[in-house]
Design a protein around this ligand. Structure first.
Ligand code: ZN
Ligand code: ZN
Length: 388
């Protein structure tokens, strides 16, 4: 029986699940409705469900035969703090929350695969783990699951992730070895200065002038300190200071983010941010307090053979994109890939002749046409891993 045709029959089921999840978006560690929904579905397929991983996370376990091999497939539970602007029957009912990253589609595809595999246990020999993780967007739910012992509790030989990709054509899958998503660092710099009357700046120390110089100086980090052939981004995304016209405030706060692929580049940028902040603040008689956090490492695909084979079986060799440049966006799936072999692929969702709406946009909506492609890819991946 052709697996893809079998999964095609589930198209409406996958759509219904996707829309039900879309109506109920929940953010980091509060994915309670979502978690209950997923657990009930997995249980209805006869899959063993372990709950409570990183609060709302779920591990579904499907075992067949006595082979000790195993594979883990991962989807994300969380939505974003965005007010949905789509006019659709399944529009978000949670005010200010929205599935604008397509995690509703990811969950639906993984449930579709879980349903098929649970009904076809004779086709594999080993254990399949269905991982539904919380808090991918900012809080690093994957890291928390690793810290709670995910890889000590279960023997996971290989782990796979996927993300829908609005700029990649529907029906294509991008797969490449090495770095695919950037490391994600955040920083906050508090400039402690001395407030004064705005008419008498000579009596104070101005944090706004210091903040402006810091902002300008940071532009030199990538252009003057990093090899032109290496990638890095330093963005200051917030500056807060002052509250009225005639007062020089006593402090300013700058916040921003850094994206890199290599640890040595990350080290240089962190060092430059600290040195520039301290020395420029000191030069202006202020003091900088720097809080620099390394949040997600770079997502590095360490094994792509089974993904390539499985994707070729679903979309055809000619629809695999092997040379997509890595994204400066970030992914906490990186933490899973530090623990097991596997890879993270990008699933094309761009509809022909339609405007592309990117992830995290209030008008974004997951393309239901790719639900069966993603679910078929998951099924093939599990079957190929467990017969190798
Ligand atoms: Zn996102
Ligand atoms: Zn996402």
């Amino acid at each position: 029986m052709n697996i893809i045709k079998e999964i095609e029959k589930e198209k409406n089921f996958l759509k219904e699940i996707r829309h039900a999840l879309h109506i109920h978006p929940e953010t980091a560690y509060n994915e309670k409705w979502t978690s209950d929904f997923i657990a009930k579905k997995l249980e209805s397929f006869g899959i063993t469900v372990h709950r409570g991983w990183a609060k709302t996370g779920i591990v579904g376990i499907l075992k067949s035969g006595d082979n000790h091999k195993s594979v883990a497939l991962r989807a994300e539970l969380d939505a974003l703090d965005i007010e949905e602007k789509n006019d659709i029957p399944y529009k978000s009912q949670n005010i200010g929350k929205m599935h604008a990253c397509g995690h509703d589609g990811h969950m639906s595809m993984l449930l579709g695969a879980a349903k098929y595999l649970s009904q076809n246990r004779d086709k594999f020999d080993g254990t399949i783990y269905f991982i539904f993780q919380p808090a991918e967007e900012n809080e690093g739910g994957a890291k928390k699951m690793v810290e709670e012992g995910l890889f000590d509790t279960y023997k996971i030989d290989a782990i796979y992730g996927l993300h829908n990709w609005p700029s990649l054509e529907e029906g294509k899958i991008a797969i490449s070895k090495g770095p695919v998503m950037a490391a994600y660092d955040n920083f906050e710099i508090t400039i402690k200065a001395k407030g004064s009357h705005a008419a008498h700046p000579e009596h104070g120390v101005d944090p706004i002038v210091t903040a402006a110089h810091l902002t300008t100086a940071f532009q030199s980090i990538i252009s003057r300190n990093i090899d032109a052939l290496d990638a890095g981004v330093v963005s200051i995304t917030q500056i807060h200071s002052g509250s009225t016209w005639n007062v020089i405030p006593d402090s300013a706060i700058l916040r921003g983010t850094v994206r890199t692929f290599k640890k040595e580049i990350q080290d240089i940028i962190e060092d430059r941010i600290k040195t520039l902040s301290n020395s420029i603040s000191q030069a202006f008689k202020a003091k900088a307090i720097i809080d620099y956090k390394r949040l997600y490492p770079a997502t590095i695909n360490n094994y792509i053979d089974t993904a390539l084979k499985s994707a070729a079986e679903v979309v055809g060799e000619e629809n695999i994109v092997k040379d997509m440049p890595p994204s400066m966006g970030s992914e906490d799936f990186a933490f899973f890939l530090q623990k097991a072999k596997g890879c993270y692929v990008k699933l094309g969702t761009a509809k022909k002749d339609k405007d592309i709406i990117m992830l995290h946009n209030p008008n974004y909506d997951f393309n239901d046409e790719v639900l069966t492609i993603g679910a078929s890819y998951w099924v093939k991946l599990a079957l190929n891993e467990l017969k190798n």
